[in-house]
Structure formats: structure tokens, C-alpha cells
Design a protein around this ligand. Structure first.
Ligand SMILES: Nc1ncnc2c1ncn2[C@@H]1O[C@H](COP(=O)(O)OP(=O)(O)O)[C@@H](O)[C@H]1O
Ligand SMILES: [Mg+2]
Length: 116
């Protein structure tokens, strides 16, 4: 039994574009310190769920609790703050900062926020 604190909880999340269900009733939890890979065929909704967890998009239905806070209810302004403080993203198209190392790119949010 893993007793570590739950850091992320995705509850009944759906993302609907017209009549296309990009995500349908997705449920999972991630605990503190856990490493997780989301795998699936092209078009299965990986980018959609990552954008929602990364506070760049919102679900059509459902809740996402990040560190105790329901991010689906937050304003764009507040989501910007949460991204800055809690999210580190490497995009599929990279968008890396060329003069930083790979590790420094991952740590950019921490640099801005002075987290050691
Ligand atoms: N902005 C959008 N408008 C309409 N359909 C979209 C949009 N974004 C993604 N989709 C559709 O949602 C489904 C999941 O896409 P996506 O999350 O990009 O999958 P993956 O990253 O696993 O390849 C696909 O059918 C895709 O065409
Ligand atoms: Mg994708």
C-alpha cells in the first residue's frame, strides 16, 4: 500500500470538441515522488490530458486537483501563477531555451521562483 500523499487527482475528466470525445471520463491519481508515463496511440488524447494537467487548457467536464487545489475552477491569471510555481513542461516541439542545458531548461520555473 502506497501511503504517499496524492499530488494530482484527475476525476471524471472529459474533453469534448463538437461530437468528438478527445477524453472520456478519465480518472487517475499521482502520488508525491511518483514517476508516471502516459502512453497510447496517436490521437488517444495524451496531449489533451497533458495540456489540462499543465494548466494550459480546461476539461469540458470533471475536476483536476493539483496539490489540493481544483485547477478547473481557477482564472487564467491564477493558472499562470500555478504554472510558474508548480509545473515544468518540455513540449513535443521542444521550445527549449538554446543557451541552457537540458537540466536547466527543466529547472526554468524554479529559477524564476527561486526554489533551490
Ligand atoms: N483543438 C482541437 N479541436 C478538435 N479536435 C481536437 C483538438 N485537439 C485535439 N483534438 C482531437 O482530440 C483527439 C486527441 O488528440 P491528442 O490529445 O492530440 O492525442 P495524442 O496527443 O494522444 O496524439 C484527436 O482525435 C484529435 O484530433
Ligand atoms: Mg500528442
Amino acid at each position: 500500500m502506497d501511503n504517499r500523499e496524492v499530488l494530482l487527482e484527475v476525476k471524471n475528466v472529459s474533453k469534448i470538441y463538437g461530437d468528438l470525445h478527445a477524453l472520456k471520463e478519465v480518472n487517475f491519481q499521482v502520488r508525491k515522488g511518483e514517476w508516471v508515463a502516459i502512453m497510447g496511440s496517436s490521437g488517444s488524447g495524451k496531449s489533451t490530458i497533458m495540456n489540462i494537467i499543465g494548466c494550459m487548457d480546461k476539461p469540458s467536464i470533471g475536476e483536476v486537483i493539483l496539490d489540493g487545489q481544483d485547477i478547473t475552477k481557477e482564472s487564467q491569471h491564477s493558472l499562470t501563477k500555478i504554472r510558474r510555481e508548480k509545473i515544468g513542461l518540455i513540449f513535443q516541439q521542444f521550445h527549449l531555451i538554446p543557451y541552457l542545458t537540458a537540466l536547466e531548461n527543466v529547472m526554468v520555473a524554479q529559477y524564476y521562483h527561486s526554489i533551490p
